[in-house]
Design a protein around this ligand. Structure first.
Ligand SMILES: Nc1ncnc2c1ncn2[C@@H]1O[C@H](COP(=O)(O)OP(=O)(O)O)[C@@H](O)[C@H]1O
Ligand SMILES: [Mg+2]
Length: 219
């Protein structure tokens, strides 16, 4: 079992969107997945409750209970545990960071998101946790050319001294309509750009946490 914590200092960055999509990506590829919803707003639970198909399990919990949850998830054969977290100061999400095999820092390419992420990056470094940055809600690139705001953000992200996943998630209405139905963009419209982004992102994350061989074996 691997644990992936999705974190961001700012609300609205896309933690829940990403957490649910990763759990669904694992589920759709035959990896039993569980979402640990540690946000009191319970958004990811609400999304999955709206799902009519079989899907990832979810549990409403809190940071201090994550270790016990990991033990029971292991016993129950969970393969991929995704932790959704609140927009909170780092102390509150430190349990999730400690529990994780990989932390994903979700950042929108805006000045305020970038500024808020600097301390979070410092904490994951101090806790010696593998961490990667996911850029979310970026404006769409035209003819392969990144909008200036995204270019500037990618430059600024170098200051975080954390690797940035080369697959950027764009601002697309498809993410919102998918979650309204408790579904992944991959299920809604498999040929759409959003589905391609999420599939590529999952492959990247899966290879990172499970290793190349294990990631291929599950296919
Ligand atoms: N890539 C995206 N494209 C379009 N809308 C998005 C995207 N990611 C998130 N959103 C929307 O932004 C809002 C905040 O996202 P959410 O995942 O709830 O963030 P958080 O959990 O960090 O507060 C939601 O309305 C969600 O549908
Ligand atoms: Mg959320």
């Amino acid at each position: 079992m691997r644990t992936i914590a999705v974190i961001a200092r700012k609300g609205g960055s896309g933690k829940t969107t990403l957490a649910v999509h990763l759990a669904l990506a694992a589920h759709l590829r035959g990896r039993p997945a569980l979402i640990a919803d540690t946000d009191a707003q319970r958004s990811s639970s609400q999304v999955l409750r709206g799902r009519t198909e079989v899907g990832p399990a979810w549990v409403e919990t809190s940071g201090p209970k994550l270790f016990a949850l990991q033990l029971s998830a292991l016993r129950e054969g969970v393969n991929t545990l995704v932790v959704d977290t609140p927009a909170a100061i780092e102390e509150e999400i430190s349990h999730a960071i400690v529990a994780a095999d990989l932390c994903l820092l979700v950042i929108r390419p805006t000045f305020l998101d970038l500024a808020a992420a600097i301390q979070t990056a410092e904490i994951v470094r101090r806790l010696r946790k593998p961490a990667l940055i996911v850029v979310n809600q970026a404006p769409v690139a035209r003819n392969g050319v990144e909008p200036p705001a995204v270019k500037r953000a990618l430059q600024a992200l170098l200051l975080m001294r954390l690797p940035v996943i080369p697959i950027i998630l764009r601002a697309r209405a498809g993410y919102q309509s998918a979650l309204e139905r408790g579904r992944s963009v991959e299920e809604m419209e498999p040929s759409a750009e959003a589905a391609r982004e999420i599939a590529e992102l999952w492959t990247f994350v899966e290879t990172f946490v499970f290793g190349r061989d294990a990631a291929q074996a599950v296919r």
